[in-house]
Design a protein around this ligand. Sequence first.
Ligand code: MRU
Length: 375
Amino acid sequence: MKIQGTWHRSLSETSEGGISIIDQRWLPHELRWVKLSSLEQAVQAITEMWTRGAPLLAAVAAYGLCFGLERDASDAALATAYDRLLATRPTAVNLRWALDHIRRGVSPLPEAERATQARSIARAICDDEVATNQAIGHHGLTLIQAVAATKPPGQPINILTHCNAGWLATVDWGTALAPIYRAHDAGLSVHVYVDETRPRNQGASLTAWELANHGVPFTLVVDNAGGHLMQHGLVDLCLVGTDRVTARGDVCNKIGTYLKALAARDNGVPFYVALPYTTIDWTLQDGLTEIPIEQRSQEEVTHLWGKTLAGEMTSVQITLDGVATANYGFDVTPARLVTALITERGVVPATAEGLASLYNHPPYLGQLPTLLPSL
Ligand code: MRU
């Protein structure tokens, strides 16, 4: 990830044995790095949305479990730490995947060896994620190149994205934004329509900031604009990330994604979803009924967070006191509305057969290194 021309990861180990992450609540106005070194801090960072995005949640949760084991590696402490971290964000399945991976890796070991092993696995999860996202970028680039070949010379490829599925949501590169960065770096003219993504505005505050830092041209639009843009031929493809994909290809992603998929289908615009294997929940089929949808606070709906003219970060109320609200964090786009899934192993139809063709056996809880494709 590039911040003002310098390459960073969104999570790195500190010399004191903790981790350094970005407190994303202050973006795009301030880049604030924070250090975490305890289970409690990891839980707080995830619960209070300092850090977010399905793949990055997995990495932070992995280190949170590692910090817990460094303090107390007993079976009881492992179970408590696992449960506390699992309860932080219920929809993104990557978090559970990482916790399961570590628990399975340390449980057979003597207590004295558990923390060291947990740290090795947490490191491997981060490295694996970076490689996985690079591969997603590689495969997604081929789709963007195919669209570019159909455009008149000099015309940009217009891509609509929702929420933030860039490097801020991962350890590096991002999922949906990885192909966009690759295309831009390869010299293709890409332009991104960025949905603001109410209520927390991850598009406006995070995706726009990321794209600006990488030098990718973009236009920020309000969430309701996507249908209009597609009706007028202004979008060549939609490209989004996801927080959980079922074994048959239903896609759970930030609230509002489904409406974009409907508009895309009505207007003949391809709708692609980028995901790492850690986002597939092989235990579920029907996303609509089986995926738990996180419900978030009323305040995200009734208030807006931002910078005043005087330069102070503050929250303002935009509704009457006490209005009834509903705040579903995610929705499910049925597989039939998804043109294809872009994974680290290639591009496949959003079907049970498509996913099975890439992953011979459900890799849930599989060995990390064997899942990586060679490019
Ligand atoms: O609630 P958040 O901000 O953690 O939302 C998750 C996301 O970042 C998006 O849904 C994203 O598109 C999928 S994660 C790469």
